[in-house]
Design a protein around this ligand. Sequence first.
Ligand SMILES: [Zn+2]
Length: 146
Amino acid sequence: MSVASPESVVVSAATPSPRFVPASIGRPGRVQVAQILDPNFCVLDHAAERVVAIEDVSHRGTPDCVQVPTMTDDLYSAFELYSQLYSDPTANDPRLRVAAVTVTDGSREAYLTPDMTDETADELIAFAMRMKEMARVARLAIATAA
Ligand SMILES: [Zn+2]
């Protein structure tokens, strides 16, 4: 698992302006290449990933992931959560048009404003600290039982 450090996210987010990139737009056999404005965080290849209409173009940053393993399965994690930067320039909700953060477990996707992202991250940090306390208590119980 590769997790970007907070510093690397800050550095990439500090890259100032969007750039124009080619995008493949249209149905098979009638594809045109248009130059679209791409936010600096976007890692999609819009030339390779054709969409039917220009309104279908959205942008995504590099996904980050946390996995929750389980001691009952050595091959697969029990849960995975992904987050990434996102924008949909033609979204009905104006908060999605420039930049938002998505969080998904693969079945549902949550869209967060920057403030919501900070609040959720703070809650996850507190959750992680409570988990570390549970680990300490479990380790002590195991040592006591031995
Ligand atoms: Zn893009």
